[in-house]
Design a protein around this ligand. Structure first.
Ligand SMILES: Cc1cc2nc3c(=O)[nH]c(=O)nc-3n(C[C@H](O)[C@H](O)[C@H](O)COP(=O)(O)OP(=O)(O)OC[C@H]3O[C@@H](n4cnc5c(N)ncnc54)[C@H](O)[C@@H]3O)c2cc1C
Length: 333
């Protein structure tokens, strides 16, 4: 059996730079590689990668494989597979890390199948077992009510990692690493899908995934208007973003892109306001990794108070404007 060595991060780009999930994966991968006393590699694909490969070195990669090809402009599984399969077979990593992102959710199971390996999705913690040197993979289960720990005996050990679950290392421009232009003869005849059109999500303010503060509203808000007024005012004041539970998105009060939970976005901001949200497990699955949760709900029995660190029982119409005004006063001092 070939020796499996090192950690490989399959990176993603956003606007020509490393996506934040990639810097987080590199931070985590750096720690795992150090524990194994092995190397950390990063695969970057795109039609023009620019300085992102060098950026990956500053974030901890020892070696960056850079594949530039017109067919890699957008994520497309058949061309990506030709690249990743070739590289993984060639460098034989012990573990492959990807983001629990649109691309990672789609691509990681395909690659794991192709490699005859297994995959743990949506991990929130990774470590190396000091005796067996296996990758220990922790992920939330049962709607985040429990955590399960997995390991697998097949290589490469493959995982996708939840956004914001890991921290990047401080980028260091003096770090040394190798950037390797990696040639792959992509067979376009094997590419079965093509992107006809790309519709950019309307970006109003900060992206939910990047926001340090999220002000989330639920069905109890009763309509679209408070999302644009009461909640937005609080979010703007704290340089945060407005989010929603599923019913507001289903009812068309907010765009689907604001929907947080099991079937929406998984977020982990420093501060999460849950306003008129009951706290169903499918919702808390998307926000329970937040550092601090503050709940505002008129029902003292609402489940969200079990998740929250601080809670206010009251009508949001009264509590939120009072809170916003108080914060304005404090911030003005
Ligand atoms: C397979 C599946 C997947 C799902 N995925 C998701 C998901 O990803 N995300 C998600 O959010 N849900 C999801 N759901 C739905 C989930 O089960 C809940 O129905 C949903 O989270 C409830 O949303 P809510 O808390 O906004 O509404 P409700 O449960 O109706 O709660 C509204 C809350 O507002 C409070 N309230 C009302 N008026 C006021 C007021 N004036 N001031 C203060 N408080 C007030 C009420 O006391 C109540 O607690 C999923 C369900 C299923 C079956």
């Amino acid at each position: 059996m070939a020796e499996h060595k090192g950690i490989l991060v399959c990176g993603e780009l956003a606007n020509g730079k490393l996506a934040s999930i990639t810097t987080e994966l590199l931070g985590c991968g750096r720690g795992l590689a150090d524990d194994l006393k092995q190397e950390l590699s990063c695969l970057l694909t795109g039609d023009a990668i620019g300085g992102a490969a060098e950026e990956a070195v500053t974030y901890g990669a020892d070696r960056v494989y850079k594949v530039e090809h017109a067919s890699l402009k957008e994520y497309e599984p058949d061309s990506y597979m030709q690249v990743a399969e070739k590289l993984v077979n060639e460098i034989s990593p012990r573990a492959v890390l990807m983001g629990q992102t649109f691309m990672g959710r789609d691509f990681a199971p395909r690659l794991a199948f192709r490699m005859g390996s297994s995959l743990s999705t949506d991990c929130i913690d990774l470590s190396i077992d000091s005796e067996t040197k296996m990758l220990v993979q922790t992920k939330p289960v049962y709607g985040s009510n429990a955590q399960a720990v997995f390991s697998s005996e097949t290589y490469p050990q493959m995982v996708t990692v939840r956004s914001k679950a890991m921290s990047p290392i401080e980028p260091d421009s003096s770090r040394k690493g190798e950037v390797i232009p990696y040639e792959v003869d992509i067979d376009i005849s094997k590419v079965r899908t093509k992107t006809l059109d790309t519709v950019k999500e309307e970006a109003v303010g900060m992206k939910l995934e990047d926001a340090p503060v999220i002000v989330c509203g639920g069905r109890g808000l009763g309509g679209a208007e408070p999302f644009h007024t009461t909640l937005k005012e609080l979010a703007d004041l704290l340089h945060g973003a407005v989010g929603a539970s599923r019913p507001p998105a289903d009812n068309g009060w907010v765009p689907e892109s604001l929907h947080i939970g099991l079937t929406g976005k998984i977020v982990a901001p420093d501060l999460y306001f849950a306003i008129a949200v009951s706290g169903a497990s499918q919702h808390t699955a998307g926000c329970s990794s937040s550092k601090h949760i503050i709940a505002i709900n008129k029902d003292p029995e609402a489940n969200i108070f079990r998740e929250a660190e601080f809670g206010v029982v009251g009508k949001y119409e009264e509590v939120v404007p009072a809170l916003t005004n108080k914060l304005k006063d404090l911030l003005a001092k």
